[in-house]
Structures are given as structure tokens and as C-alpha cells.
Write a protein that binds this ligand. Structure first.
Ligand code: TRP
Length: 344
């Protein structure tokens, strides 16, 4: 019997920061240990998705490898026989199935995707690419090629997951055959991965928005390759408020709440527990000091591990998994090609 597939895609278009680590990398690494033996874990880098928004193309190839090194430093065990790592662009079936699915996706439904609407409104339709519009269909191919059942994604991807389910249902019923496996709906995904959908690490300087890549907000963002002392300074300079006593309250005290969240995540404790410990105290400086210490400790550890990672081993594993997954993907692609009449 094949094991049920858990599939996660982590974009590697920029250097990674603490928000990426705690929000996406850590939960993914945890999936491997909490579901050891029972599931297959497909952990891929959607590199074709990387330039649906502008990036530095000269960096992309390196960035993919560097991100994988960070996953391994974070604890991802690439020798686990149920874990497969691969790059989307190395398996052409992703692109080929996307075209087929495109022809069964309605312009209206794709236009309703919130992420597309948001980004295209900001950029204007003469600078926004068809690639961004088509992004969720490529995502559908990523998922459907491998019969993935579990695709734990954040709230921002909920609507895309729903589209994937709709496309799979439409295709199966048009051709009267169970070609594609439907991934579970989003709330089931959350339940399954035991993921805290509310986990959003905020910028240290602008705690009303998410932590994001450094060029936009260097002082508010802790990059994983930051010098630990510099990162500690960023924490000490974090924006707080003038209320003067500590409460977990994302509305009124987003800066303080963010510090509590970082402290809890880095020490693997519950946010409520950490918040209770600090509740009502007036020592913002003391809180910052503790967070800064945790950040230093975390970065030193990660960076030390990173320096011992054998890149050659990762590339070897990638290449062999890409061969194995190409077979799986091609078999599914062939079923779809037969259904639409391209193959006998
Ligand atoms: N769209 C996802 C994101 O931005 C990345 C992604 C691409 C993905 N293909 C996927 C996630 C397939 C899960 C499954 O985070």
C-alpha cells in the first residue's frame, strides 16, 4: 500500500527570515517527526512560482540550494526514506499539467483569487503578469500530480486550495473517472497539521504588518544569516507602546505581543503560558533582553549547524528524488493526457 502523501511547497525567492522559520520551516520539519512512518512527505521548492512576482533572477538558483540547506540545518532529515525533496522546474510534468488544467479553469474563478486581486490592484494590469494570474493552476498541478491528501497551507492559501479541489472535481466528473485525488479541505488540513494558523511573526519596527524581507524593512526583520549581535540590537530597538504594562493584545499592543510570540516560539512554549508569566509587568526592557538572548542563542545554533551542512549530499538527494518523482508525476500526467484525448 502506498502511504498517504503530505505535500508542502516552500517558496525560495528571497533570503529567509525569522518569520519564515517559525511560520513555515519549523512546522514542516515537525511534520516529519510527528508523522514518521505513516505518511510520505513531499517537500518541494516551487521555483517556477518564484518569479510570478519580481525577483533577482541571478540569485534564484543559489537561493533554492541555500533554502534547502536551512531546512536541513533546521532539522529536516533527508535520509528519511519517506521524505522526498525536489525542485518543481526539474519535473516538466508540473508545467504540462498546468496547461491542461488551464483549459478547464474559468477566467472568472481565477480572477476572483484574492491574492491575484490584491497584487494586481497594487501593480496595475499592465505590469502584473499572466504568470501571477495562473499561479493557482500551477499550484493545482503541484498537488494533483502526486495524489496529495494533506497540503497544510496558511490562511492566505485557503482559497487556492479550494480552487484545486474544484478543478479536480470538475475534471474527474467531466471524464467520469477518478483521475485526481482531492486534497482535504483547509480546516481539515489545519486539524491534521495541528498548526497554529494565527502564528504571524510581525516586523519589529512596524508590528502591524508581517515580518518581510530585509530590503523593505531591515531594522524590523531578523534574517537567518544576521550577525547574532546585530539581531539582538534589532530586538532591543523594537517598536512597543506607551501603555507601560505587558499584556498579550494584538490590537493595542502589537509590538509587545510580537515579542511574547517570538519568545514563546523560540523556547517551544505555549504563547498563553509565556504571556501569563509576563502579564501586568512593566519591564519592557527586561522582556526585550530575554527575547534578544533567545534570538542570539537561536541564530548561533542555526548558523553553526549550517556551516556543517554538506551541500553535495543535498544535491545528490535532490537529483535522485527528482528522478523518482518524475516517474510518479509522469504516470499521473499520462492519465490526464489520455482523458483529454492526447494519448491513446
Ligand atoms: N503558493 C504557496 C505559497 O506561496 C507555495 C506553493 C506552490 C504551494 N505550490 C504549492 C504550497 C503546492 C502547497 C502546495 O506559500
Amino acid at each position: 500500500m502506498n502511504k498517504p502523501v503530505i505535500l508542502t511547497g516552500l517558496r525560495a525567492n528571497n533570503q529567509l527570515h525569522l518569520g519564515n522559520y517559525l511560520g513555515a520551516i519549523q512546522p514542516m520539519v515537525n511534520l516529519q517527526s510527528t508523522h514518521a512512518g505513516e505518511y510520505q512527505l513531499n517537500m518541494f521548492i516551487p521555483d517556477l512560482h518564484s518569479f510570478t512576482t519580481p525577483i533577482d533572477h541571478k540569485q534564484l538558483y543559489r537561493q533554492v540550494i541555500d533554502s534547502l540547506k536551512i531546512f536541513v540545518a533546521a532539522g529536516l532529515d533527508i535520509n528519511n526514506p519517506d521524505t522526498f525533496i525536489y525542485r518543481q522546474s526539474y519535473i516538466p510534468a508540473h508545467s504540462e499539467l498546468t496547461w491542461i488544467l488551464d483549459c478547464f479553469t474559468y477566467f472568472g474563478e481565477a480572477s476572483r483569487m484574492i491574492e491575484f486581486k490584491d497584487k494586481s490592484t497594487k501593480a496595475g494590469s499592465d505590469t502584473v503578469s499572466v504568470g501571477l494570474f495562473n499561479y493557482p493552476v500551477l499550484m493545482a498541478a503541484d498537488i494533483l500530480l502526486y495524489d496529495a491528501k494533506f497540503v497544510p497551507v496558511g490562511e492566505d492559501q485557503k482559497q487556492h486550495l479550494e480552487l484545486v479541489r474544484n478543478l479536480a472535481t470538475r475534471f474527474n466528473s467531466k471524464f467520469d473517472k477518478d483521475i485526481f485525488t482531492l486534497p482535504e479541505p483547509w480546516d481539515k488540513q489545519m486539524e491534521f497539521s495541528n498548526r497554529d494558523s494565527g502564528l504571524r511573526i510581525r516586523s519589529l519596527r512596524h508590528p502591524d504588518s508581517k515580518m518581510s524581507k530585509s530590503v523593505e524593512d531591515p531594522a524590523g526583520t531578523i534574517m537567518l544569516n544576521d550577525d547574532p549581535e546585530l539581531a539582538a540590537k534589532k530586538v532591543m530597538n523594537a517598536e512597543t507602546d506607551s501603555i507601560g504594562s505587558i499584556h498579550l493584545d494584538w490590537e493595542k499592543q502589537p509590538g509587545i505581543s510580537n515579542l511574547l510570540q517570538i519568545l514563546a516560539s523560540l523556547s517551544s512554549r505555549k504563547l498563553t503560558e509565556v504571556a501569563a508569566e509576563w502579564e501586568g509587568k512593566s519591564s519592557y526592557g527586561e522582556l526585550k533582553k530575554q527575547v534578544a538572548e533567545q534570538v542570539i542563542h537561536f541564530l548561533q545554533n542555526l548558523q553553526t549547524k549550517l556551516s556543517t551542512i554538506n551541500e553535495g549530499e543535498i544535491v545528490k538527494k535532490l537529483e535522485s528524488d527528482e528522478v523518482a518523482m518524475t516517474k510518479v508525476a509522469n504516470a499521473k500526467l499520462l492519465e490526464a493526457q489520455k482523458a483529454v484525448g492526447l494519448r491513446e
